[in-house]
Design a protein around this ligand. Structure first.
Ligand code: FBP
Length: 554
């Protein structure tokens, strides 16, 4: 139990504001807003769902009959600050709809749906976790619901609870599963509606009606605190480089947002690396140039941000990783032999003998520790576990070697000492920012409203997040409009499309316009801790990725 003076006791009492459109959930309506384009193959996969329109939620005067609702909720994938507040929003709205409504929580992510590990959530439990971080209320997991048997098991689970709705709080992978479940339930006449909530600190689950996924705002603010503090430390000692790796499995939204908040000397953006077809040696050269230029300017120290996902985006590493992913896919004839290898070294040897000559050459560039990290298991969705690969250390070590090579040619050694840091797991479970609390509470209310109207196969989306909360506009976004095909686990699969950093977008252009000035100077910013009390400009303002993208930049 939180002690009276703890921050937690204040956070659980925080009351998020509610958009005008979601205030009275008994009367609001959903109306067609605009048509969406849907891939024909996706349309035929989801042929029982309403795929063609994004709907907008508007206040109305029509009063709906209000029978109690039975709704299930699952937290899925990596934690993100605000998950508990989505559940609180769901719970409150369900009880506003009818005091007899019931919210059932499935435990440990999708596994809870498969195993029917569930419990009815009580007011007391909800009140204890409102606006607190992490997914500890129910736990989470990355299990993929894919086979016909698994889908049938989940159908049996929802029927055993006679659920009117199932809310999946997850990222692109979990919401892909939600789309398949929605289609399967509808096609079998199961009345359970499936609604997705856009979660991921990576910020790459976006659409025109989903400006950002929840958790991104808080995670970036938490990471910016660490980076800003490291910047101060660097300027105090003036003799060390810090290479800070940041989460973001594919997209570099987190790194870009943190760069704008802290103004490092260099921030690698994976999307730019991919677009320029840069190789690992190219990146090493660029970074070694930075070190030499700063040394020449009397600054033998610096701050470099590295997104964890860059490892997969470098031209020469891409093919290696694609080959490894295929080898690890359960469908590959060698995957079980690889799993039987007793040690990582054994596994590495086995794999090296199997991959192409080009990839073997690429692998040989890496230090042994990184080679072993590259052959870790893939996650259940076939993704490389980039959080376990020390990309910042790899870059720093290769820069050190490059500077030695250059010194051997020029006879002048550039001093270079470095440290590494990882902004990762701690950002996923921090107390959510006021913005994330407000956003998540609204998402929960929106999910309840959709289920109450028997709508299925939609993701909850809210636009206007840069405006006052009362003006936020809730939407229902068909899953079909978000899906495309990708190669995963050695096969072509439907998955929700990730939104990458837009290299022609205003945010990236702002970064490009300023990064040269940050390169040689010491312009680091120190944003300081995430604030919950004080002037609205300090406590309520959303991340730059929301505010700058929506404004006209100078
Ligand atoms: P989600 O997409 O599930 O929200 O997870 C994002 C993330 O935090 C990535 O940034 C990171 O690469 C990954 O999860 C780490 O996953 P794990 O918890 O399995 O180590």
């Amino acid at each position: 139990m939180a002690s009276h003076e703890s921050l937690e006791s204040y956070r659980v009492e925080f009351q998020p504001k509610v958009p005008h459109a979601l205030r009275d959930i008994s009367t609001l309506s959903f109306v067609n807003e605009h048509r969406v384009t849907v891939d024909e193959e996706i349309r035929s996969l989801l042929s029982h769902l309403d795929n063609d329109w994004v709907l907008k939620c508007i206040p109305s005067t029509v009063v709906f009959p209000r029978a109690p609702l039975r709704v299930g909720v699952v937290l899925s994938g990596g934690p993100a600050p605000g998950g508990h507040t989505v559940i609180a929003g769901l719970f409150d709205a369900l009880h506003e709809w009818s005091p007899e409504s019931i919210l059932i929580g499935f435990e440990d992510g999708p596994r809870g749906l498969l195993k029917n590990a569930a419990r009815q959530l009580t007011q007391e439990e909800i009140d204890r976790v409102r606006n607190t971080g992490g997914f500890s209320l129910l736990g989470t997991g990355r299990l993929k619901i894919e086979s016909a048997e698994e889908i049938a098991q989940v159908a049996a689970t929802v029927q055993s609870h006679n659920l009117d709705g199932l809310v999946l709080i997850g990222g692109d992978d979990s919401n892909t599963d939600a789309a398949i479940l929605a289609e399967s339930f509808r096609s079998q006449g199961i009345h359970t509606c499936v609604i997705g909530i856009p979660k991921t600190i990576d910020g790459d689950l976006q659409s025109p009606e989903i400006p950002i996924s929840f958790g991104f705002d808080t995670a970036c603010k938490v990471y910016a605190v660490t980076i800003g503090n490291i910047g101060k430390d660097i300027l105090s000692s003036k003799n060390t480089y810090f290479f800070v790796r940041l989460m973001g499995r594919v997209a570099s939204h987190i790194t870009l947002e943190c760069a704008l908040r802290t103004q490092p000397n260099m921030a690698v953006i994976s999307e730019e690396v991919a677009a320029r077809e840069m190789t690992l040696p190219d990146l090493v050269h660029d970074t070694a140039d930075l070190v030499e230029e700063r040394y020449a300017a009397g600054r033998p120290y610096g701050l470099v941000l590295v997104p964890e996902g860059v490892i997969e985006q470098m031209a020469n590493v891409k093919q290696l990783i694609a080959e490894l992913n295929d080898l690890f896919a359960p469908s590959h004839h060698m995957s079980s032999a690889i799993k039987q290898c007793q040690t990582l070294t054994e596994r590495l040897e086995y794999v090296s003998d199997t991959i192409s000559e080009v990839s073997r050459l690429c692998l040989s560039m890496f230090p042994q520790a990184i080679k072993e990290q590259l052959v870790y298991e893939r996650d259940p969705h076939g993704n490389v576990q980039v959080s376990k690969i020390e990309t910042a250390r790899l870059l720093a070590l290769l820069v050190q070697a490059e500077l030695r090579t250059r010194a051997a040619h020029t006879g002048t050694q550039t001093p270079f000492s470095f440290q590494t840091a990882f902004c990762g797991y701690e950002g996923r479970s921090s107390f959510p920012s006021n913005f994330d609390c407000t956003y998540c509470y609204s998402l929960g209310r929106l999910a309840t409203s959709l289920i109450a109207r028997k709508m299925t196969g939609f993701m909850a989306g809210i636009t206007g997040l840069h405006l006052p909360v009362s003006e936020w506009e809730p939407h229902a976004v068909p899953f079909a409009s978000l899906l495309h095909f990708e190669r995963r686990g050695g096969a072509r699969k439907p998955v929700i499309r990730k939104t990458l950093v837009d290299l022609s977008g205003s945010l990236f252009r702002y970064f490009v316009d300023h990064r040269q000035a940050w390169r040689l100077c010491d312009n680091y910013l120190q944003p300081g801790p995430l604030q919950f009390f004080g002037p609205p400009s300090l406590v309520d303002t959303p991340c730059l990725s929301v505010t700058l993208r929506s404004s006209t930049l100078p």
